[in-house]
Design a protein around this ligand. Structure first.
Ligand code: UDP
Ligand code: MG
Length: 322
């Protein structure tokens, strides 16, 4: 018999041996009363402790739980992506696996989604993390993401998010990009809601991140900027700039050909070669920029298409689903 899964809960786990049992219980307590056909996907991201063993032991005792295993540590976003890839639910919930997100928020978020949204984003309004290394960098990142995308989401970094499964197709899930999905989708017309969620201090183990994540998020922001091609496209300046050295090289070549001044032969030849190489270098950069630009346009095109498909469907059908 094939069951239709209505709700999938995805949590990446890296060295969370102590949290995994509590997490399983908290998720089960929160979602089983919802009366939906659900599954929990724990993605073990190459943990070096007993996370995998503990998760497998739980999965053996409960068919709702499935475990996806990475032999190596790939990072939170790829782990999340693998969970989403394997999820079979119509609605997908992502969350951290360290009990900082609270599964008891899931029913409220699913309810909000069913009021007519494609994504519901958690807002950790009383975030229990360090001020200097977490809250301040996040505040800056959220402002920047809002500026670049024009979508003022207060807490892009909150892993607790609820999605209609359709919106998860062909999304850019790499680096730290899971943070940008709501803003990206919202730009292309998806309906995004942001709701206050609980947040707890880490109980077991330790955070896997340092300040270097800020740098990664900023790099991703550049990618997003390219994808959205919000501003005029500055990379195209490379091609335009190549005109200057090309012109100088041409003048040197003409002077050489005309044999104006024999004593300057070596200087003119050197200059011609130098400026030609510079021009070729700039044209190549310009060509690469065009490729990136085109890729960005394809990505935004895909998003727009996806949203068009989404919006052409009837979204709210709670009576038939609950
Ligand atoms: N995580 C992961 N792979 C990693 C780093 C983290 O799967 O390489 C998981 C981790 O187990 C947790 C979630 O991602 O479930 C968030 O990580 P963490 O709590 O370290 O981040 P923070 O809360 O400090 O931002
Ligand atoms: Mg955490």
């Amino acid at each position: 018999m094939t069951r239709t899964i209505e709700l999938s809960i995805v949590a990446p786990l890296y060295n969370e041996e102590e949290s995994v049992g509590h997490l399983y219980k908290a998720i089960t307590d929160a979602v089983s009363p919802m009366g939906l056909e659900y599954e929990i996907l724990f993605v073990n991201d190459g943990s070096k402790d007993k996370t995998l063993d503990n998760a497998i032991a739980l999965a053996k005792a409960d068919h709702h739980l499935r475990v996806v295993n990475f032999r190596k540590n790939y990072g939170q976003t790829p782990a999340m992506a693998a969970g989403i890839d394997n999820a079979r639910g119509d609605i997908i919930v992502t969350m951290d696996g360290d009990l900082q997100n609270d599964p008891s928020d899931i029913p409220m978020m699913v309810k909000t989604l069913r009021e007519g949204y494609d994504i519901v984003v958690g807002w950790r309004h009383n975030r229990q993390d360090k001020l200097i290394t977490r809250k301040i960098p996040s505040m800056i990142a959220n402002r920047l993401i809002g500026k670049v995308t024009g979508v003022p989401i207060k807490d892009n970094g909150c892993s607790l998010k609820v999605y209609r499964a359709e919106v998860m197709q062909s999304l850019p899930f790499y680096n730290e990009l899971h943070r940008f999905i709501p803003a990206l989708l919202s730009v292309s017309g998806a309906r995004v809601a942001e709701v206050k969620v609980k947040h707890h201090a880490r109980q077991f183990g330790e955070s896997k991140y340092g300040l270097s994540r800020v740098y990664k998020v900023l790099l991703d922001l550049l990618t997003i900027k390219t994808i959205l091609s919000v501003a005029s496209h500055p990379m195209r300046w490379f091609t335009k700039l190549s005109g200057i050295p090309l012109l100088v090289a041409l003048i040197c070549t003409i002077l050489l050909a005309l044999d104006v001044n024999e004593s300057n032969l070596v200087v003119e030849t050197t200059l011609a070669i130098l400026f030609f190489s510079t021009a070729i270098f700039l044209i190549s950069l310009g060509f690469l920029s065009e490729l990136i630009f085109a890729k960005g346009n394809i990505a935004i095109g895909k998003l727009a298409l996806l949203t068009a498909q989404l919006n052409s469907e009837k979204v709210i059908e709670p009576e038939s689903r609950i």
